[in-house]
Design a protein around this ligand. Structure first.
Ligand code: GLN
Length: 236
């Protein structure tokens, strides 16, 4: 957060194009877990006809179908606000279609490469099969955040370039390529996990919050932890 504001500004990008499987729950849980630590929050919904504000603290993007995903990428690229926000240190969590389009390139429905927003060094193309089902992965130890659980449904497969690192190692499911799931580069995180990801994974929610505000106090385990355990037990 900036020195001049004590409010965590959460920006939900393109609810009209990128918002499958309840991904908007990520904004609600991030806000809830910040408020439980005494941090005020404000959630703005930025539709694809609106400019993306550059002064947000954390930007969230959800999943989407192939055509809305292309439109979202074109608008984000011509707007430029998300890229400028990342240059000034903002945090990003992008899911599935959102993850693919913040990369360097992604494939359209015929697998022709299209340019992404270019804030995460990944390239996505289309796989031969659709990855559908429950997914479990372990966040890399250097980030902390533990085991994550979610639901994936995507044709895309993702290769991580030299400037980014895997977010996690796949235990069940496909993720990027059967071996790793998601990617990160500085404060920019991407994942294939729907669920939504943050309600199902309090550890991931707190990782995103730490990137925004620094160290945060632990919370008493509650419904989020119960949901997390229940979803893991269903597949492990
Ligand atoms: N359209 C993309 C794919 O199939 C992303 C899907 C999604 O966001 N669930 O790979």
């Amino acid at each position: 957060m900036s020195d001049t504001s004590s409010t965590l500004r959460i920006v939900w990008i393109y609810p009209d194009l990128l918002s499958t499987y309840g991904d908007q729950g990520n904004a609600l849980i991030l806000s809830r877990r910040a408020r439980l630590r005494g941090i005020d929050t404000e959630i703005s919904h930025v539709h694809s006809s609106d400019p993306v504000p550059v002064e947000g603290d954390v930007y969230l993007l959800g999943g989407g179908e192939d055509r809305p995903q292309i439109l979202a990428a074109e608008r984000l690229r011509s707007d430029g606000g998300l890229k400028r926000a990342v240059e000034r240190g903002a945090t990003v969590l992008a899911v599935c279609a959102g993850y693919q389009i913040i990369g360097e390139s992604y494939g359209d429905d015929d697998d022709n490469p299209l340019p992404g927003v270019g804030i995460l060094d990944i390239h996505s193309g289309r796989g031969e099969t659709r990855a559908v089902g429950e997914i479990v992965a372990d966040i890399v130890p250097e980030l902390g955040g533990g085991r994550i659980t979610g639901f994936e449904n995507h044709q895309g497969r993702t290769t991580i370039g030299p400037s980014a690192r895997p977010l996690s190692r796949t235990v069940i499911g496909i993720g990027n390529d059967n071996q790793t799931e998601g990617a990160y580069q500085g404060h920019v995180l991407g994942t294939y996990l729907h669920g939504p990801a943050l309600p199902r994974n309090p550890g991931l929610a707190d990782l995103v919050l730490r990137l925004c505000v620094g160290e945060i106090a632990p919370l008493q385990p509650s419904w989020g932890e119960k949901l997390h355990e229940e979803r893991l037990a269903a597949v492990m």
